[in-house]
Ligand binder design. Structure first.
Ligand code: NZQ
Ligand code: ZN
Length: 393
């Protein structure tokens, strides 16, 4: 196991009706003038926004609001948010919604205190320093942004989707009420589940040896997702299954299952180009990219893929031919994704094979290589996208 530092300072408040305590948590973390940031209206329709406002009113906390965050959040609304916060002297950002809303909130929080164009933080020119504190009330189990220091934003003018990361961007608190996720359409539930599983797989495929504890934690999260996702797709109101999925989403990405081991992250990098260009859901893009990535890199460590097949997908180990076991595991992953309603090839995603050179160009590797498990070149990325384009179950 590699040396590591694990820093996860977020306070998580989990369970039914916990959003009623949002105001008290904002007060606890020093918020006195709050920007409530939300998405396209689901929190208005569900009545959640009104309940959150009531909890701020109960604490006598002043607030203003900015809605309209789109999935794959754009830089344009962040500029608006930064201006609003400066004008109103906001000192706390409260995100009510999903990963897109949280990531937009992080962009605003970092941008307000940054002396320059906030996009510098996403283009790699600068790192977030001393952002405004943020808190979240989460409505979808997916991105894990409620516990992560990452934020992913799309620049409207170029359709480049880029991320930034800093421990200072980790939320002060996150309110997780699984019941809030019962209103999700099945497709969004499945996209979220795919993203959660992908966050674990990015960590599971590692070159670090003897990492039994994190291997087993990863497997626990994946087995939970394999069990619970079809249940909530069949019956959206199953609170206990929703609860298991919601906590899985947080632990999948706050890095507790990934510490002390190398991680890959090429599937995410490639996917971000798909959702940047086509505005598809991140989880849907991952369903197309990740099994293709697995097929492409499998030879790098057949035994690890065979281990995944046996421990996660319940395959029988073929000791004469471990490669066959490894392949069967990937096959079962793709079949699972298809079974929960995810696209598995370009046509189903709405992507075009002729765009592959554009996607590779946007990925921006040039002559370099990237990836913690297998370092990929631009040609490798193109090859993975070609596999993804034609995949079938
Ligand atoms: O906008 P509203 O009206 O709220 O509707 C949303 C949106 O249309 C809807 N929704 C959310 N909760 C709902 C609901 N509808 C009904 N009932 C509810 N309870 O779901 C749609 C998707 O929401 P979004 O916030 O986009 O989903 P998600 O949480 O999957 O976030 C995706 C974004 O997170 C980024 C992705 O790239 C993508 O941009 N990621 C962020 C990461 C991070 N910050 O650590 C890591 C991830 O790998 C990922 O890249
Ligand atoms: Zn993701």
């Amino acid at each position: 196991m590699d040396n590591f530092q694990f820093y996860s300072p977020t306070e998580f408040l989990f369970g039914r009706d916990t959003e009623a305590q949002t105001g008290a948590l904002v007060r606890k973390y020093g918020g006195t003038r709050v920007l409530i940031h939300y998405g396209g209206g689901s929190v208005i329709r569900s009545g959640l926004l009104d309940r959150v406002k009531a909890s701020l009113d109960a604490e006598g906390i002043w607030y203003t609001e900015l809605g309209g965050v789109k999935p794959n959040p754009r830089d344009t609304l962040i500029y608006e948010g930064i201006e609003l916060c400066r004008r109103e002297q906001v000192d706390f950002i409260l995100s009510v919604g999903g990963g897109s809303c949280i990531d937009s909130s992080k962009g605003i929080a970092a941008g307000v205190t940054y002396d320059g164009d906030f996009w510098d933080l996403y283009s790699g020119k600068a790192v977030a320093c001393n952002p405004l504190p943020i808190g979240t009330v989460l409505t979808i189990a997916a991105a894990g942004s409620e516990g992560s220091g990452a934020s992913v934003v799309t620049q409207e003018s170029t359709l480049l989707k880029r991320d930034t990361g800093s421990d200072s961007l980790r939320p002060k608190f996150s309110v997780l009420n699984p019941a809030l996720t019962c209103t999700l359409p099945a497709y969004q539930t499945a996209c979220g589940a795919t993203d959660i599983m992908a966050h674990v797989f990015e960590r599971y495929f590692t070159n670090t040896k003897e990492v039994e504890i994190t291997d087993r934690l990863c497997e626990a999260v994946l087995l939970t997702m394999i069990k619970e996702t079809p249940r909530v797709i069949a019956d959206p109101d199953l609170y206990e299954a929703r609860a298991n999925i919601m906590w899985a989403g947080t632990v999948a990405h706050n890095d507790i299952v990934g510490v002390g081991r190398s991680q890959d992250w090429n599937s995410h990098g490639i996917e971000h180009e798909l959702s940047g260009l086509y505005d598809c859901a991140h989880g849907a893009g991952l369903a197309v990219v990740m099994p293709a990535w697995m097929e492409f890199v499998m030879q790098h460590d057949v035994m690890r893929f065979a281990q995944a097949a046996v421990r996660i997908w319940g395959c029988e180990m073929n000791f004469e031919n471990p490669e066959a076991t490894a392949k069967e595991g990937i096959c079962r992953f793709r079949r699972f994704l298809s079974g929960i309603g995810m696209p598995i090839n370009f046509e189903q995603l709405g992507a075009k094979e002729e765009d592959i050179p554009v996607l590779v160009e946007k990925f921006g590797l040039g002559d370099g290589r990237t990836g913690g498990f297998v370092a990929l070149s631009s040609e490798d990325v193109a090859a993975i996208l070609r596999i993804a384009a034609h995949a079938s179950v």
